[in-house]
Design a protein around this ligand. Sequence first.
Ligand code: IMP
Length: 204
Amino acid sequence: MTETLLVATRNRDKAREIAAVLGDLPVRVVTLADVAPELDIAETGATFLENARLKAVAAARAAGLIALADDSGLAVDALDGRPGVYSKRYAPTDAARNARLLAELHDVPDDRRTARFHCAVVIAGADGVLAEIEETVEGIITQAPRGEHGFGYDPIFRPRGATRTAAEMTLAEKNALSHRGKAFRKAAAWLRAWWGRAAGRCPR
Ligand code: IMP
């Protein structure tokens, strides 16, 4: 039986990302644009998890479907965790956000430029939250942007143990170690087990 999963986003790239991770499941992925175009969910949470919860619960209720929402961003230790849940709103464009962070860290030495990307994923159904997943990837903020791939803060983030920034990696290389890659793979495993149980089969 084909299940339907609502990915609570209007970002088709994100929907494609989760659909790829769910590749071997008989699942149809839809987005808010498909089933609840009017729904406007304010991201008022103080944490990534709270925001993901708000989006997943509101989407599941509005559409009557199992909904998955994610919220992600960058936390820099020398800036007390900023930009955090304001990652998307830290400046008007990706280039301006990166420039702002580099300016704020201009006198911070390499050994204190530690940072991490967070990704919170929440899966909800009609009765509320079903599962919560949080993953991170540790790294440092470089002295200057490097690389053309990816998006957001990728050009100034070098994952721990890597010699290149996330923007110098292919999408496959980044997904293998990224906060969202790890969280989406866990979410896929959870859904596989949950749908397996729902159908009376043993989860794989
Ligand atoms: P969202 O909640 O996933 O839309 O992400 C919020 C913001 O965090 C994005 O607009 C980016 O600025 C930043 N961000 C999240 N994940 C990444 C990533 O993998 N690379 C670079 N920036 C990211």
